[in-house]
Design a protein around this ligand. Structure first.
Ligand code: COA
Length: 383
């Protein structure tokens, strides 16, 4: 860790803010030493087995597990908020087909704020309403852009289906197999929150200025878009597609490591041991791919993991095997990070609500390392 005290004051510089505690949260605990993840104190493994994405959103927003009737009411409320107003849908149809889906999503969330007369209301009640709407409507936006890009009719949301089931329905224009729906639901559960990751930090920084939740989520989407954060899932799948043959996976990765290139889907800032979500996705991806044309990609992934582990002590992270899950349920590769956003919007929104409960402007300092005591030279004298 590049940490040093600056001469001028007692402040400490830490490159990439590594090791800096920048906020307190009750939402999720990422135990990097033990390789454990909890939402509101509940181990992620138990949530994957027993919960649904709707229940996780409720847990993050209200900080307790809902009763059966609370959950039913909450899921119904989210289902009724799925529809995209026509003016927003029309806006989306004007976007370049070549636009990256994350750039599209960032712009659309910003546009939602533009059309919401209550965008700037910052009471908990007002933000909770907007948070529910964001969770509900992001899948509609993502699926609509895919349909528009494919020159297919936009499929309107179905209010009876769950978030995962409805999203696949709107994307493909027909119901998906139940194992695909459950795999996507587990994906949404596992990605919903993760401590003060880069995009959540962005959301908290933005809302801490007393801006608005649409701006906070727009900031977060822009941050998630990067390869070192959310786009690693897309890059991992692109690597599997490029390798094509399991026998070529080992030599391919060795050559990347020789060239000091990063292997997408490996490494983590916080986990010193394995990311607890990685083995879950390894198992889900293995089950989904077995006996299908994607089995080859699963074998490529396991070969890559074997080689990386032999060469460097860097385990896979959440994005490595989850990319295969997204691919197998039929999501286009350049849309992968938007699915991450569809889940993490629950965490971002919950952090926005939490930040505003005990807000203080987030404003770190920069250590100035540039020249001092320079004179201003008039432009006519400059060489
Ligand atoms: N492939 C190869 N080497 C990696 C690596 C990877 N994916 N991740 C880290 N390393 C190596 C670095 O090269 C560095 O080695 P060095 O000390 O010999 O120079 C060392 O491990 C520390 O890496 P660093 O990039 O400083 O760690 P970080 O805490 O800043 O980075 C990530 C964390 C996630 C940004 C980093 O692991 C990474 O870029 N991973 C690939 C992108 C990815 O999967 N992102 C999703 C994260 S959930």
């Amino acid at each position: 860790m590049a940490t040093k005290s600056t001469a001028a004051s007692k402040t400490t510089f830490s490159k990439g803010l590594e090791g800096v505690v920048a906020s307190q949260t009750v939402l999720s605990l990422v135990d990097g030493e033990k390789g454990e993840l909890y939402y509101l104190g509940i181990p992620i493994q138990e949530l994957i087995e027993h919960s649904t994405f709707e229940e996780i959103v409720s847990l993050l927003f209200f900080r307790k597990l809902p009763t059966r009737s609370e959950l039913e009411g909450f899921a119904k409320e989210l289902a009724h908020l799925r529809t995209l107003p026509n003016e927003i849908l029309n806006f989306l149809t004007e976007f370049p087909r070549s636009a990256h889906p994350m750039a599209m999503l960032r712009t659309m969330v910003s546009a939602l704020g533009l059309f919401d007369p209550h965008a700037d209301a910052n009471s908990r009640e007002a933000n909770l309403q907007k948070a529910k709407r964001l969770v509900a409507v992001l899948p509609t936006i993502v699926a609509a852009f895919h349909r528009v890009r494919q020159k297919q009719k936009v499929v309107h949301p179905n209010k009876v289906y769950s978030i995962a089931e409805n999203f696949l329905f709107m994307l493909h224009g027909k119901p998906s197999p139940s194992e695909h729906v459950r795999a996507l639901d587990k994906y949404l559960i596992m990605l919903a929150d993760h401590g003060l990751n880069a995009s959540t930090f962005s959301a908290r920084v933005t809302i801490a200025t007393e801006s608005d939740i649409y701006s906070a989520v727009t900031s977060a989407i822009g941050t998630l878009k990067g390869d070192l954060h959310g786009s690693a899932n897309q890059r991992a799948m692109e690597m599997f597609l490029k390798v094509r043959d399991p026998q070529k996976a080992g030599p391919y990765v060795q050559s990347l490591l020789r060239d000091k290139k990063k292997i997408m889907g490996f490494g983590h800032r916080v986990y010193k041991t394995e990311d607890p979500r990685a083995p879950q996705f390894r198992e889900i991806a293995g089950d989904l791919c077995r006996g299908t044309g994607n089995e080859k990609f699963f074998r490529i992934a396991t070969e890559i993991e074997k080689t990386v582990r032999k060469e460097k002590p860097i385990p896979p992270n959440v994005d490595f095997y989850s990319s295969l899950v997204l691919y197998t349920v039929g999501i286009p590769v350049d849309f992968f990070t938007t699915i991450f956003a569809m889940s993490r919007v629950a965490g971002w929104s919950a952090h926005v609500l939490e930040q505003l409960e005990d807000n203080r402007l987030i404003r770190p300092q920069a250590e100035y390392v540039g020249p001092r005591h320079q004179r201003y030279t008039p432009v006519s004298e400059r060489r």
